[in-house]
Design a protein around this ligand. Structure first.
Ligand code: UD1
Length: 418
């Protein structure tokens, strides 16, 4: 079995460019299905979730070609097929292909999506919202069959600003000959990126980045070229890592404006953070201090995806940090793994209380999910002795070149087989 050997305790130094956002590239790739004309998505991260999305496109009859970091999609021959559970099960974002299939073929057939285990992850908001626009559902979660009974516009209010449901609504609504208004829509920057691409394809969407989206659908969409926005979560993870290990790390090709709550949290922990244009530099040359209470929330709040990396960074911070998870029902599966390094963490419902310790010691830990896996890597990088991290495939789902990046920053890591 493969594992990452990590000899911890070294400060990190260096500069790395941030990749295109995982959570953006997946719906962007789904959107390429909406037109028979060629689309080019540039700045695609080489992660297994992006590969899984291109496999779904191929399965649906598209020609897909990777040229460096660009993906060229020709959906002119897309014929529509049921998406089998092997492909659906690889990631949660596969569910956004439903909105794209409904738009392009008028029907969609797929099974329940996979993705990280973060508690219950139903798609009831997607179902109710699409039904309000005339979509009929049939079948069980192993084999959903959906089709438009009639495509009509209307107003939809989401019970929670779900990222995936907002993306599905956007992808489906651009084909509706009428006006669709979505209230309580997700405001995540990745939604804005998707709206930008759809608009570049000829869609008429207003309100991107706000809680109220208006889609005037029914216009034929054409091919377009789009550059994926920078990955906020990759940026947040390397910032948490640099804070935990100390040193001087610069992240380039990112967007500091999208990370304000993360930068605020790390500043209050005693890190010096300088931002210039697309670069964030983090310096830490004194001990970390605890940061009080941080609650996760939909954008523009503190991102749930940065909760586990921040928790790992707080293991050695003097004092008590309370991390409250409000987005997912069970997002603390990394806690038992972080305790293996000597982390002092108590949980009480959706609150994790981290009391900083003086030292962490090497351990063998498992990536329990994508971000939790990176949290375990961060703990290992601060621990004395040689740690082992298993479950590397989960980390590769969302972090491109991450082992090379650790080396570039001066971490002492190597891939091993046992
Ligand atoms: C997306 C991101 C994920 C991020 C999350 C929240 C992608 C590929 N993934 O996931 O990294 O952590 O947003 O920012 O973009 N819910 C329901 N019913 C639904 C839909 C959602 O109850 O029909 C609940 C979920 O269980 C969860 C909450 O709403 O508790 C938020 O989910 P959602 O915003 O939909 O997250 P995803 O789109 O799955």
């Amino acid at each position: 079995m493969q594992y990452l050997a990590v000899r911890g305790g070294k400060p990190l130094r260096g500069s790395i460019p941030i990749h295109g956002a995982k959570n953006s590239v997946l719906p962007l790739l789904a959107a390429t299905l909406l037109t028979p004309e060629r689309c080019v998505i540039t700045g695609c991260p080489e992660i297994s979730d992006a590969t899984a999305a291109t496999e779904i496109l191929r399965h649906l009859g598209c020609t897909v070609e990777w040229r460096g970091a660009s993906v060229i999609v020709d959906a002119s021959q897309a014929s529509g097929n049921a998406i089998p559970s092997e492909l659906m099960g690889k990631m949660r974002a596969s569910v956004t292909f439903l909105g794209a299939m409904l738009s392009r073929f008028g029907w969609g057939r797929l099974s329940a999506p996979g993705g990280c285990r973060l508690g219950v992850r139903p798609i009831n908001y997607h179902v109710a919202a699409l039904e309000a626009l005339g979509v009929k559902w049939d079948g069980e979660s192993e084999d959903w069959r959906c089709r438009w009974e009639a495509r009509f516009g209307g107003e939809v209010t989401l019970p929670f600003p779900s990222v995936g449901a907002t993306e599905n609504l956007l992808l489906a609504s651009v084909s509706v000959p009428g006006v669709v208004t979505v209230h309580n829509a997700a405001r995540e920057p990745e939604i804005t990126d998707l709206c930008g691409f759809l608009s570049a394809m000829g869609a008429e969407i207003s309100g991107a980045g706000t809680a109220d989206l208006i889609i005037r659908g029914g216009k034929p969409l054409h091919g377009a070229v789009w550059h994926v926005m920078p990955d906020r979560m990759e940026t947040a993870s390397y910032l948490a890592m640099a804070a935990a290990c100390g040193g001087d790390v610069a992240l380039t090709q990112t967007d500091p404006m999208l990370l304000i709550p993360v930068l605020d949290a790390l500043r209050s922990a005693g890190c010096r953070i300088e931002t210039t244009g697309k670069t964030i530099r983090l310096l830490r040359d004194r001990p970390l201090r605890a940061i009080g209470t941080v609650s996760t929330a939909p954008y523009p709040g503190f991102p749930t995806d940065a909760q586990a990396p921040l928790m790992a960074a707080m293991l050695l911070a003097e004092g008590e940090t309370r991390l409250i998870e409000t987005v997912f029902s069970d997002r603390f599966s990394h806690v038992p793994e972080l305790r293996k390094f000597g982390g002092a963490i108590e949980t009480d419902g959706n609150c994790a209380i981290v009391t900083g310790v003086r030292r962490l010691t090497a351990a063998s830990a498992e990536a329990t999910d994508l971000r939790g896996g990176m949290a375990a890597v961060i703990a290992a990088l601060c621990a004395e002795g040689e740690s082992r991290i298993y479950g590397l495939d989960l980390i590769g789902r969302g972090y491109a070149q991450w082992i090379d990046y650790l080396g570039l920053l001066g971490a002492d890591v190597s891939l091993q087989e046992e």
